[in-house]
Write a protein of this length. Structure first.
Length: 245
């Protein structure tokens, strides 16, 4: 018997050997950034369903994903010691990551988001942790799951279930789409690649903000402003008489 929630412990055996060509993924990659209306719908669904086991944690996570562009596990894995209240903003440290660039600080700027995070930290000090490993975490009630016992395992499942219960077709975005939204918004705002990569934890070697995260975003703003610069630098349109037949 195999627990379907557990990651395959023999997955490494399926990796390619040296020189073997990588197989092309037949799945169509159609995930895109989440819109504000879609994120708002998800938040309203969560706040209106008191029967959700992790209602408060889900609500806080969605709010933080929207304003930080973090990965889901980067929010769920935080300890209280990673959170520093600066008064007019709150700094969240991400001390561990798969890459060096992923180790960074994240700032919560909005007053309402700061107040929500303060409420979450206060709750974390009084609720009963689901296990000893959760002592000191921002979300101590959440059960750890998967082969590696990740704190985002069951919370991620709960958020995905909530997304699928929303009205309309919501198959083209997921929880990682909040990250896509943040990056594409920064691109539209003209924020430099270095600054974008600094806050979302990307290396400056490759600009995957454009090639991956913002690939299916509405970049009308930045494209138009770029063509306006081009038009100005060219000295405007060419002038000449319209040829007549």
């Amino acid at each position: 018997m195999v627990d379907p929630d557990m990651r395959n412990p023999f997955g490494s055996l399926l990796r390619r050997v040296a020189g073997q060509r990588r197989k092309k993924d037949p799945r169509v990659k159609k995930l895109r950034p989440v819109t504000r209306d879609e994120a708002q719908k998800l938040l309203q669904y969560i706040s209106g369903n008191s029967g959700l086991k992790y209602q408060f944690e889900m609500y806080v996570t969605v709010r933080l994903l929207w304003v930080t562009g973090c990965r889901l596990n980067e929010i769920c894995s935080r300890y209280l010691k990673d959170i520093e209240d600066k008064g007019d903003h709150i700094k969240i440290s991400i001390p561990q990551s798969k890459t060096e660039a992923g180790i960074r600080d994240v700032m919560i700027i909005g007053a309402e988001d700061c107040q929500l995070l303060r409420e979450a930290t206060n709750r974390a000090t009084v609720v009963e942790p689901s296990c000893p490993d959760n002592i000191g975490r921002l979300f101590p009630r959440i059960a750890l799951g998967g082969y590696d016992r990740y704190p985002n395992h069951y919370l991620g499942k709960a958020l995905e279930k909530a997304r699928k219960n929303l009205d309309g077709d919501n198959s083209t975005w997921d929880m990682h789409s909040f990250r896509r939204t943040a990056v594409s918004s920064l691109v539209n705002a003209g924020v430099s690649r270095e600054a974008r990569n600094l806050i979302v934890g990307h290396s400056n070697k490759d600009d995957i903000g454009i090639s991956v995260y913002a690939k299916r975003a509405d970049l009308h703003g930045v494209i138009r402003s770029t063509f306006e610069v081009l038009h100005k630098e060219l000295g405007g349109s060419l002038i000449g008489a319209v040829p007549l037949d």
